[in-house]
Design a protein around this ligand. Sequence first.
Ligand SMILES: [Zn+2]
Length: 57
Amino acid sequence: MSDQEHLTCALCGEQITEDERDFCLADRERFKGLVFCFEHQKRFSACPALRWQPGRR
Ligand SMILES: [Zn+2]
């Protein structure tokens, strides 16, 4: 029995891989305990240039 409930991105709901989920769970402080697809993981990057800015195009 595998744990499927966390295999979707918390932002877009896209299905993610176990690797992507594990990456987020390994860094709960950055991802706030949620899991994201690779595209949305970049919004939580430590690099400000890649960080998502609300309201910015
Ligand atoms: Zn996503």
